[in-house]
Each structure stands twice: as C-alpha cells, then as structure tokens.
Ligand binder design. Structure first.
Ligand code: 0L1
Ligand code: MG
Length: 262
C-alpha cells in the first residue's frame, strides 16, 4: 500500500465531506497516481469507520459494476463492492431530496437477504441460494462524488462505489419461487419505459454477484454474516434523474419499487 495511514484518513475525510456536503471533487488518483487497490479499499473502510464512530449503522453491502451495461457505461471491467448505511434508506414510494446529492442516477437491482453466513474463497451460486432467506427488489440511487461521474476504478472504490440512497419494496420471495436469471425488469421514468433487463444481466445470475462478494471479502479475512442485505448491482446502465422525476421499476414476480425526486 503506497499511501500512508495519514493520507488514507485525509482522503477518506475529503471524500466523506464531499458526500455529506453534496459537492463534487476531482478523482483522487489525479493527486495520488501511486495508490493501489488496497489503498482504495482502505479509504472506503476509513469512511465506513468515520460513520460508525458517529453512531451510523451499517445496513448492508453492495456490489457494483456487475453488469456489462454498467461496465460499458463506466469504462471499467471489474466488479467492486461497498457498504450501505442506515441513512441511505428511503421508503418505497418515498421522496429523494436532490439538493442532498450532487448528480444522482438510479439503478434497478435485485437484493438478497442472507439467513446463514457466506464465506469465501470458493463461494458459489449454490452456497448463496442455500444461504438466502429471501430476495427483494431494490432501486439504488448512486451519486459519484467525482465531477461529471468521471473516475477510475480505484477512485470509485475509495468513494464507496458512489453509494448514496436506496429503496426496497415490492414482494420478497424465496429463491425457489422465482427464476432469477429470466426475471424481467422494466424501468419507467415519468411513465415512459427507459430500460429493460433480465436478472441474468448481473453476472449471468444475481446470486453470482453475492458469491463474488463473499470471495472478495475473504481476501480481507471477512465474510457475509447471516441477516445481511446485499444489493447485487444495476442490471442496466444507470439513468440520470432530476427534481420532479418519478421512477417505477417493475420486477416480474417481485412487484414494483417506486420513488420520486424533489
Ligand atoms: O452501484 C454501482 O454499480 C455503482 C458502482 C460505481 C460506479 C458508478 O458510480 O456508476
Ligand atoms: Mg448499484
């Protein structure tokens, strides 16, 4: 790890201030081209530690860049992971205040809630399905702290993978009640269809995203505990939203999630 602990903490504070004050910054690799992936995750974990120290609760984990549509949109080719905090959550049908954000975009995701721990390495789809309590639809609102959503992989990992808000809703289902690969997803903005996908858009099967998360966490000696909410990544590219926009995402067999921007 080329960055010192002091620089890691300073960069975590810098990125978290950008999140909390809703102002953009240039990508951190511009000033620190030497930083590596371990530094990037160390910065993300320092942001997480800042929040936990203030009494914020961890509400889940997320994978990002798990679909080819997202990888293509962002010009990167490796999935990444981040954390979810309690204050990111908004109720189904709820309002998202754009003034608290910089340049939000929405992503349609399938989320898992585990009932048993998942450990890597070697975690696979079968392990995930056996350890899943239920799946539930989710819409993530991402908000890169980087100017114009321009970043590289290390910068976005450090920025907690652009995490900002999320909404869950619809109908939770057991994994044996649905075919998560062929499950259709229709995204509507202001009543117009703007995106469609099937569950298989996420790494061939959304459970593969959870397995990948367990395997990536194992590299840090961590695992996915029982009872963890995990968002598996946007099934399509992300769509920009503005005040006045209304989003409904319809999931085959899982119901709909809606939110609006004020
Ligand atoms: O949740 C995500 O897939 C976001 C990953 C980070 C890249 C982005 O901001 O689009
Ligand atoms: Mg996402």
């Amino acid at each position: 790890m080329p960055l010192s602990p002091t620089t890691i903490q300073a960069l975590a504070d810098h990125l978290e201030a950008a999140e909390l004050k809703a102002h953009d910054v240039v990508k951190i690799t511009d000033e620190h081209p030497e930083m590596d992936f371990a530094d990037a995750y160390a910065i993300q974990y320092a942001i997480r530690a800042n929040k936990l120290a203030r009494g914020v609760k961890l509400s889940g984990l997320k994978m990002g860049l798990t679909s080819f549509a997202k990888m293509k949109q962002m010009g990167v080719d490796v999935p990444i992971y981040g954390f979810l905090a309690d204050y990111f959550a908004r109720p189904d049908g709820g309002a998202i205040a754009v003034k608290e954000l910089i340049h939000p975009k929405i992503e349609a995701e399938i989320a898992f809630v585990t009932k048993a721990p998942l450990h890597g390495p070697g975690c696979h789809i079968g392990d995930v399905l056996a350890a899943t309590d239920f799946v539930i639809p989710a819409v993530e609102v991402i908000d890169s702290r980087y100017r114009d959503f321009k970043f590289d992989l290390k910068s976005v990992i450090a920025d907690n993978c652009s995490s900002a808000r999320y909404v869950t809703g619809g109908q939770p289902r057991r994994v044996d009640e649905v075919d998560l690969r062929t499950l259709g997803i229709v995204i509507e903005k202001n009543g117009e269809v703007i995106g469609t996908a099937a569950g298989a858009a996420v790494l061939g099967h959304p459970a593969a995203s959870v397995a990948m998360l367990a395997n990536m966490l194992a590299e840090r000696g961590e695992h996915i505990p029982a009872g963890t909410f995990v968002m598996t990544g946007g099934a399509t590219e992300a769509y920009a939203v503005a005040p006045g926009d209304s989003i409904v995402v319809r999931y085959q067999d899982l119901g709909a999630v809606s939110l609006h921007f004020v």
